[in-house]
Design a protein around this ligand. Structure first.
Ligand SMILES: N[C@@H](CCC(=O)N[C@@H](CS)C(=O)NCC(=O)O)C(=O)O
Length: 232
């Protein structure tokens, strides 16, 4: 068994609550490769702790002395370094389609979920992170967290709309990547895991194919994602 890959993983006030949509991608990818992981809880304001990576965001991994930051670069690193383990991309075509899944998730799904749940995320953060989070997110979205909370119904409707292509796809195939899960599934499921851990909003139960896929992703890899508690 290789020594564990160290993953700097965003933590809430309760350090056992891990919710980052980008860190969850890496958790899924490591599990898919069958690599053991040792997570290091990290808070937004602990920039110095990941200074060695040359940037200020998680996920960051350290594998056998090698440091890699950024979820997409980490997925490519794992695929290149562990080619004999189950593939994250299944070849060039899969790699190209996984990139589309990641860009759609980063540019559509993550901001749409963010508008819905950022007020809840703020409340679950460690107090030392809260001012930083509020200031940076309000600047990014151009409105206050209170404004986002006031628009909750509209944000929920926008998220349901954004999920339609995913739900429609899953009516034809068991996984985003086809017959079995791969990195394209990890990326999308990680965003929905962020939603599940941070807020009680239900966006899947009226979409049986989407709900079934997400349940399979929660149960995959020995129920790794399901083991993280959902928001009450
Ligand atoms: N493109 C990066 C994005 C990573 C990212 O945005 N991480 C967030 C946590 S979910 C972060 O560390 N933010 C630090 C900050 O906002 O200061 C990736 O794919 O890994």
């Amino acid at each position: 068994m290789p020594s564990p890959v160290k993953l700097y993983d965003l933590a809430a006030r309760d350090e056992d609550i891990r919710f980052s949509p980008y860190c969850w991608r890496v958790r899924f990818a490591l599990a898919h490769k069958g690599l053991p992981v040792e997570t290091v809880p990290w808070r937004f304001t602990e920039k110095a702790a990941i200074g060695f990576s040359g940037q200020g965001k998680v996920p960051v991994i350290v594998d056998d002395g090698r440091c890699v930051a950024d979820s997409w670069k980490i997925a490519e690193y794992l695929e290149a370094t562990y080619p004999d383990r189950p593939s994250l991309f299944n070849g060039q075509t899969g790699h190209a389609l996984a990139r589309f899944a990641a860009e759609w998730t980063d540019n559509v799904l993550v901001p749409t979920i963010a508008r819905l749940i950022l007020p809840e995320v703020h409340d679950m953060l460690h107090p030392k992170d809260q001012d930083y989070f509020k200031t940076t997110r309000e600047a990014f979205f151009g409105c206050s967290l209170d404004d986002l909370a006031a628009g909750r119904e509209a944000h929920l409707a926008a998220l349901r709309q954004a999920l339609r292509p995913l739900a429609a796809t899953l009516e034809h195939q068991a996984y985003v990547a086809g017959e079995a899960p791969a990195y394209a599934d990890h990326v999308v499921a990680a965003a929905l895991q962020w939603l599940r851990v941070c807020s009680p909003h239900d966006v899947t139960s009226d979409q049986p194919a989407l709900a079934g896929w997400f349940e399979r992703m929660l149960n995959a890899y020995d129920g790794m994602a399901k083991a993280m508690s959902a928001a009450a």
